[in-house]
Design a protein around this ligand. Structure first.
Ligand code: ZN
Length: 565
């Protein structure tokens, strides 16, 4: 039942109890110490005022004490003046001319200028605090409140004011800034007398989205069961918070920014991004980026792949920054120093594009929409490719040729590193299982680091051997970067597995993989005929039982069609 009251000057010893007596049916919430009200509704207070703001001020003059308004406070209206009709009028409290943070009052006024609701932030009795520090000192205190400090700090604002802390009103500085590391929008309240950081809050709101934890063929815990020799599709999508978004109005974040190309070609220059591709808006009604997965994996317009790319690229880039938060001096490349663009649903000339790659020339990730697979649907593919972006930003590896022949081991180390960092995310040795599940031969499929059949080894003898279905190649290395990268990825997997087991023991296949031989592998031979010219930058070669997934090398202008990986 609503109780109408007439606003009048009421002098009472206890303003809260007085308000309660006059409005016995009102719904109330008291402050933690019971000294004031933080909410009142279910009443109707006549004011006789002609305008909403006058009505609110008249009510607070009479009843403000119940909401913690003291004589030394002033009320400053926030926002535009309300016009006729129901309105919510927000006031900022000030004390000694400075704002009291977190102590705003909101007064609900109906169309007849009657008060029906009050919400109040926390206040506390004034103290003798003073603002002894300057703004620069306050900013320094805020940044150093992080254990390792904050880097890449921008958009700083420092505001002097007051805040209720532990039952008293303290002089504080409110310091807001955006930091690249730790990534986020931060608000730190600093004690204006001591410089101590009182508390810190992340301001960047989290928005959820739908993703596969790994891929349609792999859950967070395991690969899907095999069916007819191929991985099956078994994994559900999950809704999860998308970290590090800049505004939440698109898939732009501090570490990666994703565009949906909807079948268009990828841009051909860094400045040309996003080209024909477009930003991805969230769903209406706070649906975030909870797009449904395309169960055919063949649509070139779905936004799910964009959400998948955002989440997993951000995750992998954060993984690297956690490994070593100290960026190399002179680092260039957006994987380390900016927001790495990613383009999904890319096709070529309107036709299926069976690939995914990092291009150092446009400094962006590209994920194709193939005939059977959306290449952004497998997180392990993204982890592999984005590792190339990080390696490139860190300085990259140079492949070359000299008087003794082609030198492609740097490229092989690059590929092996990309494989290694990908399996570090899942803890499993398979990469690209989703591609194996849906792609028919000879399209790209998965890669296995724990492969007992692999012949390449750093202990190769340098002799000619027949491998991989008839290829005459150098024992140890064959001059193809993904093949030769197996030496490093297999060694890494053995180390990874050994560390995880928590004991130092020789790995099971150490006889074929462990790089203990003092002799340098025969990397310069031209006997295979594959080393006498600059090393092949990319070549796709179907291999029974094992096929590489698409990858890319630094320095490549563009990776095209089925010949790229
Ligand atoms: Zn690669």
């Amino acid at each position: 039942m609503l109780t109408a009251i007439l606003v009048a000057s009421i002098a009472v010893a206890n303003p809260v109890e007085s308000f309660v007596r006059e409005n016995p049916a009102a719904r109330l919430i008291r402050s933690a110490d019971g000294s004031s009200l933080v909410h009142a509704s279910g009443f109707l207070a006549e004011t006789g005022a002609a305008r909403p703001e006058e009505a609110a001020r008249a009510f607070l003059r009479s009843h403000g004490a119940a909401f913690g308004i003291a004589n030394d406070q002033a009320l400053v209206r926030k926002g535009a003046p309300p016009v006729a009709g129901a309105a919510a009028i927000r006031f900022e409290r000030t004390f000694q001319g400075l704002p009291v943070f977190g102590a705003d009052l909101v007064v609900g006024v109906d169309a007849q200028n009657r008060i029906f609701l009050v919400n109040s932030g926390n206040v506390a009795p004034a103290t003798w605090d003073r603002h002894l520090l300057g703004e620069a000192q306050a900013f320094g205190s805020a940044v150093s409140s992080f254990a390792r400090g904050a880097r890449g700090v921008e958009a700083v604002s420092v505001t002097a004011g007051w805040k209720a802390v532990a039952g008293a009103l303290h002089a504080v500085y409110r310091v807001d800034f955006v930091a690249r590391q730790p990534a986020g929008d931060w608000r730190v309240f600093v004690d204006a007398q001591t410089g101590r950081a009182l508390f810190r809050a992340p301001l960047r709101s989290s928005v959820n989205g739908n993703v596969y934890p790994v891929s349609p063929a792999e859950t967070a815990d395991a690969l899907c069961p095999l069916a007819s020799g191929k991985p099956s599709i078994c994994a559900p999508t999950v809704s999860i918070a998308f970290p590090n978004l800049s505004s939440g109005t698109d898939l732009g974040g501090s570490q990666t920014t994703v565009y949906n190309c909807k079948g268009a070609d990828a841009p051909t220059s860094s400045a040309g991004i996003p080209g024909l591709c477009s930003s991805v808006a969230p769903l209406p009604a706070n649906g975030g980026f909870g797009f449904s997965a395309d169960s055919t994996f063949q649509l070139n317009s779905d936004d799910f792949s964009a959400a998948m790319a955002y989440f997993h690229l951000d995750k992998h880039l954060a993984f690297f920054k956690k490994l070593d938060p100290n960026l190399p001096s002179g680092a260039s490349g957006r994987a380390l120093t900016g927001s790495l663009p990613a383009l999904v649903n890319v096709q070529e000339g309107g036709k299926a594009f069976e690939n995914a790659f990092y291009s150092p020339l446009i400094d962006a990730m590209v994920f194709g929409q193939g005939a059977h697979a959306d290449y952004a649907y497998d997180a392990t593919v993204m982890y592999h490719e984005s590792t190339h972006a990080v390696v490139s930003a860190w300085g990259g590896f140079d492949i070359g040729i000299d008087a003794q022949g082609g030198l492609d081991e740097p490229g092989a180390v690059n590929e092996g590193t990309a494989d290694s960092m990908a399996v570090s995310e899942t803890g499993r040795s398979e990469i690209g299982s989703f591609l194996s599940a849906v792609n028919p031969s000879p399209l790209p499929s998965g890669r296995e680091l724990d492969d007992p059949g692999v012949l390449r080894s750093c202990q190769g003898s340098g002799t000619q051997v027949t491998i991989l279905g008839g290829l005459n190649a150098l024992n140890g290395l064959d001059g193809e970067v993904h093949d030769d990268g197996e030496i490093w990825n297999g060694f890494y997997w053995e180390v990874f597995r050994g560390l995880r087991a928590g004991r130092a023991r020789p790995a099971r296949r150490s006889s074929t993989r462990r790089c203990s031989s003092p002799r340098e592998p025969g990397r310069r031979s031209t006997a295979t005929g594959r080393r006498s010219s600059p090393p092949p930058r990319h070549s796709f070669r179907p291999i029974p039982g094992w096929r590489p997934m698409p990858t890319a090398l630094p320095g490549a202008a563009r990776w095209t069609g089925a010949t790229a990986r």
